[in-house]
Design a protein around this ligand. Sequence first.
Ligand code: IMP
Length: 429
Amino acid sequence: MTTLIVVGAQWGDEGKGKVVDFLASQAQVVARYAGGNNAGHTLVLGARKIVTHLVPSGCAYPGTTCVLGAGMVIDLDVFQAEVAQLQQSGMLLGEELRVSLDAHVILPYHRALDGLREDQAGGGAEKIGTTRRGIGPAYEAKAARRGVRVRDLLDRTRLRARLEHNKLHVDPELLRFGGASVDVEAILASADAWATWLAGKVCDVGALIHRAIVSGQRVLCEGAQGALLDLDHGTYPYVTSSTTLAGGACAGLGIGPTLIDEVWGITKAYTTRVGAGPFPTCDRGAAGELLRSAGDEYGATTGRPRDCGWLDLPALRHAARLNGLTGLCITKLDVLAALPEVQVCTHYADGAEPGEVELGAVTPVYESVPGWGAADLRSGIMAARRLEDLPAPARAYLDRVESAIGVPIALVSVGPDREQTILTRAAFS
Ligand code: IMP
């Protein structure tokens, strides 16, 4: 029995979908604990490519319980459409889905506010470059103690009162930015349909996961976004509105920290970021372009091109400490083979450390990594199924990263397919 948390160790988009899908074959429960449909987790299953935004990446395994925790914010229209699409692909046909009664609901006015604020910000410093899915406004309402929870959808009188209360707060801002005021009746009508659809899927997921763990089941907790987008420890204010760190799994699911055994952090072999905010190792030249095209670096949720650059070891060390990582998963190693020369940021100038100095103010110092750029390197990397199969430059790169971070490599991904994965440590006992 093991409870394993898998988190992003950069700015999101590290390949959590693929890694969680791979590991989920060994788990009985896969649980998401934070964020909402700002996430886009891509699973490649043979010729099929599936992108999930809300459903945990364990959905490809019939009978595996897929949990949406209390720390999430759920857009029920998106959730229903996603589940319908997965069911058409033969998934989630049983009783796999379990949704926390305490998860918060993203409502149309949250989406509207998110978009209107981004539009108002124009190109100014206030623009976060959000996914415009209503994530921030829904978490704001939660913190202000006027959010709507899944359980509120099941009580029409309470829901109406909540919505009227929220209308008073958000209408002035909506109208000031040229939006429409909150339509309480329309939301109530949608809520009836959501409540019917949710019947049989909702429960106290903390109790469910606790039961699973004490009865010896393997539980996989799936983080969303990445360490540097964390509300408390990321590149604030250019962050998401939830806890993206491993610590958030306990609060977001309703289980205690003593139940967690392992925490694996995922990093790409390079770095990407989408949205506004600092990115010290961003490369706006030819190398960045090559990484974007070879790595197909376009947002799974919004389609936006991602900024690309070199692996940032100080930032990764910071993420490893924030999460208490016990294993490192390195994805997209094959993509580096597209580059004639690979660099890695070993430290920041003047001894600057993330956490002490804001990342917008650091100057990365690079080292060139020898041996990249051979024509057959990528195919050699993609064909590897054990560390020993990897071409020498790729192995040397992994050794370099592992010793710089001080966390053992647990998994290496050498291509988008499930089988293009090298597992070097047991995920579950
Ligand atoms: P929000 O989460 O939509 O409020 O967006 C806040 C910031 O987080 C923006 O910079 C987004 O681009 C970024 N973000 C949110 N979700 C993801 C993700 O899943 N991957 C990468 N970036 C994300």
